[in-house]
Design a protein around this ligand. Structure first.
Ligand SMILES: [Cu+2]
Length: 216
């Protein structure tokens, strides 16, 4: 690493804790279960109750691996304009495609061990990802502009950090469960903990996104 880059990193590391400790933000965390069992790979996101408060996250570079005939992670959440790279880490051919739905279909073709293909997700939505070679392979790329978003871990846990003080509607997205909506508020230096139970049902695609007034 060059001296200049090292200096830039040091500056970033020293600024970050100050921003995270701002008195104007809080955190909202919790656990998601269904029928008493923790659910991993659920996307959790906040939409501010006031339209004017909506933030937009910058595009990112994200990775989704193809390993042991699975997409890993099973679900990721990125902002519009983000590039997602799919790497074939197996010893067989793989493919990545999203089936035609609302004109958003794409197919990255067949690619071999060690190869990588990328796709830029320009618009919000929940994109189911398949492989032509292995019909059992399924993954999800959920594209959301809101900066307050997370994916539950293996124990169903999530944390939304640096949420400005205010009122929000919390949404969940999962390939298997109905959307859960809940009004929440973030307070200065407060951390809320939620226990959310999901019911089986059809997920709501974020492309039909949220009228913030549509609260339970
Ligand atoms: Cu495959």
């Amino acid at each position: 690493m060059s001296r200049r880059r090292m200096f830039a990193c040091l500056v970033l590391f020293s600024i970050a804790p100050i921003a995270a400790g701002s008195a104007q933000t809080g955190s909202i965390g919790g656990t998601i279960t269904a029928a008493g069992t923790a659910v991993a790979d659920v996307v959790v996101y906040l939409v501010p109750a006031a339209t004017s408060g909506r933030g937009a996250a910058a595009p990112v570079a994200a990775e989704m691996d193809q390993r042991a005939l699975h997409f890993i992670p099973h679900a990721i959440v990125v902002s519009p304009g983000s590039t997602v790279s799919f790497t074939n880490s197996d010893r067989v051919m793989h493919n990545v495609f999203h089936p035609p739905k609302g004109g958003s279909a794409f197919d990255l073709g067949l690619f071999g061990p060690g190869e990588r293909r990328s796709f830029v997700f320009d618009h919000e939505g929940a994109f189911v990802i398949f492989c032509h070679v292995h019909p059992e392979m399924v993954g999800y790329v959920v594209v959301l502009a809101t900066p307050w978003r997370a994916v539950t871990d293996d124990r169903g846990r999530f944390t939304l950090e640096n949420v400005p003080t205010g009122s929000y509607v919390l949404h969940t997205w999962s390939g298997k469960f109905a959307e859960h909506l809940q009004q929440v508020s973030a307070g200065s230096d407060q951390s809320a903990h939620l226990e959310i139970s999901l019911a089986r049902g059809v997920p709501v695609d974020p492309r039909a996104l949220p009228d913030p007034r549509r609260a339970p």
